[in-house]
Write a protein that binds this ligand. Structure first.
Ligand SMILES: Nc1ncnc2c1ncn2[C@@H]1O[C@H](COP(=O)(O)OP(=O)(O)OP(=O)(O)O)[C@@H](O)[C@H]1O
Ligand SMILES: [Mg+2]
Length: 467
């Protein structure tokens, strides 16, 4: 026979618990001959012990034995191995116990004397159920994982692509270019790549080009020799040497001036450089990740950025979409950030009201996740009650943004159509100026506190709580 046999563990691992030695041996031999991996135990206590040593898919157990038996045995087995399918073997007179065990969630029961062919059918069905259960668990796990990558949160298709890209590039040493508007998470992605790469035990060094004066940038990146310029009292290593065996994250790479662009290009091509004022060629084993919130292609056209450097950097690009293009991530991000700041500020806040989440989703987030984070942090600090209401978020959102969006819906200049937009805008501005204090905002607007509450309610900004 040329049939390819499954190995024992592939076919399934079975535990047989039976105090009657003959029967135990009989079942064990029968199943072993059919290719199953079998672990036999002479009583319940031994079975529980054995479950610490072996992993099984199905347990076939007698009910009435000395020591641990009946329903307490079922309970103990389920506690020890919650994802195992249990088949109970019971004598004719004790079916009621089998029925009780069914209520405990065992897979099924068989009556003694056993019919071994029948046993095999039940066993295969239980194994099939176990496999399905495993598949469901894996799927559920995957589904969960796709909602985040380490600290990076987001379940949108665009973020899933980002997670896949991080995984792919982390396994390589190639240069990565991360593009995205300010506050979209470029720094987070850069560090996720480093800490998931083979270099994770090496240094992760950040260089923020915009924060260093042009004249100092070269010595910051490449270091300098003693006496290279006035004030260079000692030799100092630069970021490249500091990042040896690790990763250098060059943030806002578009801000690098022309001279340093040439040296960076050379490093990317030849992996070496000289310190400022030095002539010794130094090589460093550094993976470069660059980021920019500017459209580098535009910068090339304007003559601010070298095209050849762009291509050297752009080996593996990762693009982070602005938050307004993946609004389905907002509720998840908001909850995540809320938990972070609730913990940090030791507050007792349960969550956002539905109106608050709707408001967060209606806003366009020019400052992306960073702006969302700031607004949530402020709301957490300001809120005393258990829920964050939209009125607590509203003062921090830019009124112009909301107005612009609202007015875009108004097609004509009829006052009756657009009056609401203008009124909303003024309310937002007043709340903004008074940091959300409704009493003071009402004063500014020249209306009563009650009238303001009414209007906020009417515009669906808040279900309203006293302030
Ligand atoms: N997907 C995300 N999940 C959780 N937090 C995020 C996410 N994206 C951004 N943040 C948070 O938003 C803030 C800004 O992120 P980060 O500094 O990585 O953005 P950036 O793209 O580097 O911005 P900039 O261009 O302004 O430097 C950080 O505090 C970060 O924790
Ligand atoms: Mg950044």
């Amino acid at each position: 026979m040329d049939k390819v046999e499954k190995t024992a563990t592939e076919k399934g691992a079975i535990m047989v618990i039976e105090d009657e030695a003959h029967l135990r041996q009989g079942i064990t031999d029968f199943l072993t001959r059919r290719g199953y991996e079998v672990h036999a135990a002479a009583n319940g206590d031994r079975a529980i012990e054995l479950l610490s040593e072996v992993v099984v898919d199905v347990i076939l157990t007698d009910m009435k034995m000395k020591g641990l038996s009946n329903l307490s045995l079922v309970d103990a087995l389920q506690e020890k191995a919650p994802d195992v399918q249990i088949i109970v073997m019971t004598a004719f007179g004790t079916i009621q116990q089998a029925v009780d065990a069914m209520k405990r969630g065992i897979y099924d029961y068989l009556t003694k004397p056993l019919n071994l062919d029948e046993l095999l059918i039940y066993l295969e069905k239980a194994l099939e159920k176990k496999r399905l259960q495993q598949e469901i668990d894996t799927l559920r796990q995957e589904l969960y994982l796709r909602h985040s990558f380490g600290n990076i949160i987001g379940k949108s298709y665009k973020m899933q692509e980002v997670y896949q890209n991080i995984e792919k590039v982390a396994a390589t040493n190639a240069t990565v270019l991360i593009l995205g508007e300010s506050g979209t998470g470029k720094q987070m992605v850069a560090s996720a790549i480093h800490y998931n790469s083979l270099r994770k035990n090496g240094p992760f060094v950040t260089l923020t080009c915009s924060s260093i004066p042009e004249s100092l940038l070269a010595s910051e990146i490449f270091g300098y020799e003693k006496g290279a310029f006035t004030g260079a009292q000692t030799t100092k290593i630069g970021k490249f040497e500091a990042a040896h065996n690790g990763t250098l994250f060059i943030d806002e790479v578009s801000e690098i001036d022309a001279g340093v662009q040439v040296s960076l290009l050379r490093f990317l091509q030849e992996r070496n450089f000289e310190r400022v004022g030095g002539n010794q060629t130094i090589s460093a084993d550094v993976r470069v990740i660059a980021a920019s919130n500017k459209d580098l292609y535009e910068e090339i056209k304007k003559g601010n950025f070298r095209e050849d450097l762009y291509y050297r950097l752009n080996v593996l690009p990762i693009y982070l979409a602005p938050l307004r293009e993946r609004k389905e991530d907002i509720p998840l991000l908001a909850e995540h950030l809320l938990r972070k700041y609730v913990k940090e500020n030791n507050k007792d806040i349960k969550g956002f009201t539905t109106e608050a989440i709707l408001l967060l989703m209606s806003y366009d987030w020019p400052g992306n996740v960073r702006e969302l984070e700031n607004i949530i942090e402020r709301a957490v600090i300001m809120t005393d009650g258990p829920w964050i209401h939209s009125s607590q978020l509203l003062p921090h959102l830019s009124g112009e943004d909301i107005l612009a969006k609202e007015v875009a819906f108004g097609e004509n200049l009829r006052l009756d159509n657009n009056f609401e937009h203008v009124e909303k805008y003024l309310i937002v501005r007043a709340l903004d100026e008074t940091q959300g204090n409704k009493t003071k905002a009402a004063e500014l607007l020249g209306i009563t506190y009650r009238a303001l509450r009414y209007k906020l309610d009417r515009y669906g900004f808040d279900k309203g709580d006293a302030e």
